[in-house]
Design a protein around this ligand. Structure first.
Ligand code: NAG
Ligand code: NAG
Ligand code: NAG
Ligand code: NAG
Ligand code: NAG
Ligand code: NAG
Ligand code: NAG
Ligand code: NAG
Ligand code: NAG
Ligand code: NAG
Ligand code: NAG
Length: 800
């Protein structure tokens, strides 16, 4: 025994020595450069904990090489710092990053010239080291003696602000420690968008100046706060403790991440948006849970001069008529900041007035107009023509003209009341090319007449053929689905003219069939599914029938377009009747009917169908009301139809988050209990007649689910919770049950939530329930009301 044990000991020792040896000999993983040492080719430094890596990289499909720092453990290299962002290299094997003996870190190109340098010098010769830390800071310091840091990458941020990183300025050297966006995902060179600390004459201020929207944030409001709970996300773990550090040399904001297991980063994106991302262990991708502005077109100058931003179309930026991209290659990489230039120069001939104006309708006008006191459109136009630097005018109870570059033009929807007519000045030669209509040339007239004649003939022929077709069966026999033709839907909806609503997954139009049945036609947006699979899915959805579910009548496939045809619900959605102040006020009886009916519909989807269907998007917008105000759940089955895309849209869509169960965001598997959570949130709104999140503006004490949970726990009068407009007219017993069940539905752990079947029984009074425990996320609010500041509110902006 003894001998055997000794032998094992020996073997263990041997292995240990071998392991150490191998490690020393073959592992190139080092976190430090010593004087005279350099990195080249694919050699890298790795921080001690193996979190960050530093070396050469090429962004995207670029041919250029840069020195950067990225997360070593994550897939898809996320670069958080770049050294030579303005000085790209064409090869990395013949270039080197070298720490000189005088403490200067230089990047040498193929010919040995220094293209980038830290310009740092040490007083103690040959004693500095450059070390990559686990927080991504790359620090050059003196190894002997403790005269501290000579240079560090945190003093020179690029587009990222990481925990421990700095955002501020050095008041001795007057250097900014600001974030400046990349030009495009393939080009880290500095672009137009920056985030920095606003300074005024005397010293630092608490204002963060973010020129993506020309706005300022009072970051002083952020300091010392721990943002524990984000109701919009139903989350209480993305934590940040912002601190302002000021000393004789510098003044900056920094923050910590309170969850050591998660990565978090702020970044000014190449698009000009500011975002905070989080990566937790169980995530497979970066999730952004905070972004400003939410609309890309709101980023100031995103499209560059003389370009128009349209939030609803791809590509977002287009040059105005008569203009073309200034740098075509950049434009292709979605770097629009250079904007557009005129194809033909203006004539600017004051006498002959060779320039013309082109009207663009429903435009959001650029900043900084010059107002002129003239009384008519014509006068306004001629004022603009009379100055060569005038590029555009608008007349709207007054004349505004614009000189110089035009920034921030936005195309609004045609119905948008804020939209204005905008007259852009272009050379006459351009106008001729742009619109043939204005030319009263004879040939044009003849061609037009010929085309018109041809069209009339075509229409006649079509009508005749159409009439002679056997009448198409427009209603399925015994509830089977009708495969509609696109033409039929088009004429039923009068060319999709009456829009009933629009959601993230498509728009809904009202239509009337030849047999005068009214239908709702949903056009599905961005559905990537093939025709066969679509039909198969749709048929399963079509087989589901229940009094509290909106009945699918048919579908239509036309090229890449997909439509679903539903029965029409005359009383619209619960959202419109509950929250739009002008409409009829639902009495308690109707509300209770809606609550139980919705629960029954969901219970049917979860428990009675052949395959369990999780709705995934329960909210007042998706509960429709028939002529008798019976609730019908709409859009079930869409989650399956859209697959992964559905959850992506859902988790990022504003307005939906308040209804999403925590497991949606934490990335755990979603079960029917996720619908139960959303139903609970909806039930609160049925009781209060207001959006839960609406009351948040007054602070957490007013967060309605919290109020209900407290009232129920303390055994207080639930009538106090009821929508004021009902003036206390409700069946107290029913209201009591509704409040209790809603609190049970929003428990953190899905196992604690009832099933929809149980919800029905509880509402009906068949099953009794205990007093619900306070959900943890609400509990947190009661314990830390002062600390709990939701992100959305904290980042309140003030116009500059
Ligand atoms: C590093 O580069 C060398 C030379 O091109 C190559 O042989 C080697 O496989 C590379 N190593 C890695 C880890 O990419
Ligand atoms: C190296 O950089 C120097 C100075 O910037 C430049 O003149 C030279 O052309 C570069 N060499 C190569 C091979 O890029
Ligand atoms: C180093 O100094 C040169 C010349 O003054 C300057 O162009 C360069 O930007 C400096 N590098 C850094 C990293 O500050
Ligand atoms: C500097 O230190 C390195 C090792 O750290 C050594 O190899 C080198 O000879 C030293 N150079 C001088 C000039 O002392
Ligand atoms: C933002 O600030 C930078 C540096 O001050 C400036 O170059 C840039 O033009 C500004 N961008 C916008 C959109 O105003
Ligand atoms: C500078 O900013 C500080 C802090 O915001 C403010 O108190 C002070 O009045 C400002 N000074 C000027 C001259 O604007
Ligand atoms: C936030 O950070 C500051 C400085 O690092 C520290 O003094 C403070 O205690 C922290 N606040 C909380 C709530 O942890
Ligand atoms: C830098 O800031 C400190 C503290 O705010 C101040 O005492 C000092 O005078 C400033 N120095 C300069 C050069 O502005
Ligand atoms: C400010 O800078 C000076 C010289 O660079 C240095 O000696 C001093 O320690 C710095 N002060 C702080 C608080 O870092
Ligand atoms: C990595 O990049 C590929 C291609 O761009 C993308 O499809 C994939 O989703 C990315 N993965 C992660 C985790 O971001
Ligand atoms: C045209 O506008 C520019 C800029 O406002 C101004 O300097 C110039 O005097 C104007 N020219 C005429 C002819 O009004």
């Amino acid at each position: 025994m003894g001998i055997i044990r000794k032998k094992t000991r020996f073997a263990q020792c041997f292995l240990l020595v071998l392991f150490l040896f191998l490690n020393i000999q073959f592992s190139k993983e080092s976190d430090t450069l010593s004087p005279g040492q350099s990195l080249s080719g694919n050699q890298t430094l790795t921080s001690a904990g193996g979190i960050f890596e530093l070396g050469f990289f090429t962004p995207g499909n670029s041919q250029n090489y840069y020195i950067g720092i990225w997360y070593k453990t994550l897939p898809n290299q996320t670069v958080v710092w770049v050294a030579n962002r303005k000085e790209p290299l064409s090869d990395h094997f013949s270039s080197e990053l070298k720490l000189l003996e005088d403490g200067n870190l230089v990047l040498l190109n193929q010919s040995g010239a220094a293209v980038w340098s830290t310009n740092s010098t040490s007083t103690v010769h040959n004693s500095t080291t450059a070390k990559l830390l686990d927080n991504a800071n790359f620090v050059i310091s003196n190894a002997v003696g403790s005269s501290g840091v000579i240079w560090q990458s945190f003093d020179h941020p690029t587009n990222h602000w990481l925990p421990g990183g700095k955002l501020g300025y050095k008041n001795k050297t007057n250097e900014e420690m600001a974030l400046v966006s990349w030009r495009s995902p393939e080009n880290p060179a500095p672009s137009l968008f920056s985030l920095d600390v606003a300074r005024n004459g005397t010293g630092h201020s608490h204002l963060l100046k973010w020129n993506g929207t020309h706005q300022y944030w009072n970051s002083g409001d952020w300091t010392g706060k721990i943002f524990t709970f984000v109701p919009e996300l139903q989350l209480n773990f993305y934590v940040t403790n912002m601190t302002l550090i000021s000393n004789e040399n510098e003044s900056y904001f920094t923050y910590t991440s309170a969850i050591p297991t998660a990565f978090t980063r702020f970044v000014v994106e190449a698009t000009g948006q500011l975002r905070q991302y989080v990566w937790q262990e169980n995530f497979r991708e970066w999730r952004f849970f905070w972004t400003r502005p939410t609309q890309q077109c709101e980023v100031y100058a995103f499209c560059g001069p003389f370009s128009v931003c349209n939030q609803r179309e791809e590509p977002l930026c287009v040059c105005m008529e008569g203009f073309e991209p200034k740098v075509e290659e950049n434009w292709k990489l979605e770097d629009h900041t250079d904007g557009c230039v005129r194809k033909d120069p203006l004539q600017c001939d004051g006498i002959e007035k060779k320039d013309r104006f082109l009207v663009k309708r429903s435009m959001f006008l650029p900043d900084n107009p010059e107002s002129l006191a003239v009384g008519s459109v014509e006068e306004c136009e001629s004022k603009c023509l009379s100055n060569c630097s005038c590029n555009a005018f608008a007349y709207d109870n007054g004349c505004s003209i614009w000189k110089g570059d035009l920034f921030n033009l936005q195309q609004l929807e045609s119905g948008d009341e804020t939209g204005r007519n905008f007259h852009i000045r272009i050379a006459e030669s351009e106008l001729i090319q742009t619109s043939v209509k204005h030319k009263s040339d004879k040939t044009v007239l003849i061609v037009c007449a010929a085309i018109a004649g041809f069209c009339i003939v075509c229409v006649l022929v079509t009508v005749i053929l159409w009439r002679r077709r056997p009448t198409v069966l427009l209603e399925g026999v015994d509830g089977s689905l009708v495969p509609f033709k696109y033409q039929q839907l088009r004429s039923a909806t009068k060319n999709f003219s009456e829009k009933l609503g629009e959601g993230a997954f498509g728009s809904v139009f009202k239509g009337t069939l030849p047999n005068s049945a009214t239908i709702a036609v949903k056009e599905l947006k961005n559905l990537q599914q093939g025709e066969k699979q679509f039909q198969a899915e749709v048929k399963t959805i079509g087989m589901i029938q229940h009094i509290n579910l909106v009945q699918l009548r048919g579908f239509c496939v036309q090229a890449s377009k997909r439509f679903l045809v539903y029965e029409y619900m005359p009383n619209g959605s619960l959202e419109s009747i509950l929250f739009r102040r002008s409409s009829r006020i639902l009495d308690w009886q109707s509300r209770f009917k809606i609550a139980t009916g919705t629960a029954r519909g969901l219970a049917y989807l979860h428990e009675k169908c052949r395959d369990c269907i999780i709705h995934c998007d329960i909210k007042p917008e998706n509960i429709l009301l028939d002529a008798e105000y019976n609730p019908k759940v709409a859009d079930f089955g869409l989650a399956k139809l859209f697959g992964r895309e559905f959850s992506r849209v859902l988790t990022t869509m504003r307005g939906t988050r308040g209804y999403l169960a925590p497991e949606w965001i934490s990335g755990e598997a979603v079960t029917p209990k996720a619908d139960v959570f959303s139903y609970g949130m909806l039930l609160f709104e049925v009781i209060s007649g207001r959006r839960n999140r609406e009351k948040l503006e007054n602070g957490f004490e007013d967060y309605f689910p919290l109020r209900v949970a407290k009232t129920v726990q303390n055994g207080e009068d639930v009538l106090a919770l009821l929508d004021d407009r009902l003036e206390g007219n409700a069946v107290t017993e029913e209201l009591n049950r509704a409040c209790k069940v809603a609190c049970w539905c929003i428990q953190d752990d899905e196992k604690d939530r009832p099933t929809m079947g149980q919800v029905v029984q509880i509402l009906e009074g068949v099953t009794e329930v205990d007093i619900p425990p306070m959900p943890r996320f609400l509990q947190h609010l009661t314990e830390n009301p002062a600390e709990a500041v939701p992100h959305q509110e904290t980042s309140s902006t003030t116009e500059s």
